[in-house]
Write a protein that binds this ligand. Structure first.
Ligand SMILES: [Zn+2]
Ligand SMILES: [Zn+2]
Length: 265
């Protein structure tokens, strides 16, 4: 066996070893996240009677906030950088870009692959939320609102990939209860999400409920952010996703470089 063959085998073994290790990390993250979520609910439970409305408002706020936060991360993954970038390229950008060319791939992922990486990101936040004290004199209500809204937000951000996957299921594979929730628009409806998968792929990034898609599009929220980032960095949004020509058609014009003054004689 040549040296090259041995090296290639090593690379394969490393890749296989890494993915097995990463799957173990994903499983540990899922267990840790669900345990922390139950611990947060247990921490809030004694206040449910006396602060019921406040908790309900905080949980609802977190639910809506998750749509925004998930959408913002999705917009970043779709719009900036390339799959060649170290770490972020493989971990964050590649799945988003791949999803645009193979929408159904996500439906073939099992529970661990779908939810593992989101749990990994959510675990430190959930742990931090768990340690916020609730019994500080005069601060119980604000602390309860903070813990319940953040707890709810990370729970629904964690659920985003799962909900997104559900929106891509074939009609005959979606359970009746899921279809009802989608029809009531309590989770992302497939028809609504289609807008994001329609060229030029530059809108409707929110994929938890999608409630914020319309107002954010009306406000031109992402276009304003893109204009700002392009002005500061000269980067073209979506260049690596849909190609430079297509991106330039919808991208805000890159900042013009000042023309050198012609010397007059
Ligand atoms: Zn996308
Ligand atoms: Zn999608």
């Amino acid at each position: 066996m040549s040296n090259l063959d041995l090296k290639m085998q090593d690379a394969k073994a490393l890749a296989a070893g890494y993915s097995r290790t990463f799957r173990m990390v994903e499983i540990a993250s899922i267990v840790a996240f669900w345990s922390l979520s139950f611990a947060i609910a247990y921490k809030l439970w004694p206040y449910a009677k006396s602060y019921g409305w406040l908790l309900l408002a905080a949980l609802s706020f977190g639910f809506i906030l998750a749509d925004f936060v998930g959408g913002l991360v999705h917009w970043m993954g779709d719009t900036w950088g390339s799959t060649e970038m170290p770490i972020l390229g493989k971990a964050l950008i590649r799945p988003f870009r791949e999803h645009h060319v193979d929408e159904k791939a996500i439906t073939r992922h099992d529970y661990i692959e779908t939810n593992g990486s989101n749990c990994l990101v959510a675990v430190p936040v959930a742990a931090a939320v768990l340690f916020v004290p609730l019994d500080v004199e005069g601060w119980t209500a604000p602390a309860l609102f903070l813990v319940a809204s953040l707890g709810s937000m990370i729970f629904w951000v964690m659920m985003t990939n799962q909900i997104h996957k559900w929106s891509h299921l074939d009609e005959d594979k979606a359970p009746a209860l899921l279809k009802l929730l989608q029809r009531l628009h309590l989770v992302l409806p497939p028809e609504h999400h289609k807008t994001h998968h329609t060229a030029p792929f530059d809108t409707y990034y929110c994929i938890t409920t999608g409630w914020l898609n319309w107002p954010l599009a009306k406000l031109g929220f992402y276009r304003h952010l893109e204009r700002l980032i392009t002005a500061l960095t000269g980067l073209i949004p979506r260049k690596d996703d849909i190609g430079l020509d297509a991106a330039l058609k919808i991208a805000p014009a890159p900042a013009e470089k000042p023309q050198p003054q012609k010397a007059t004689t």
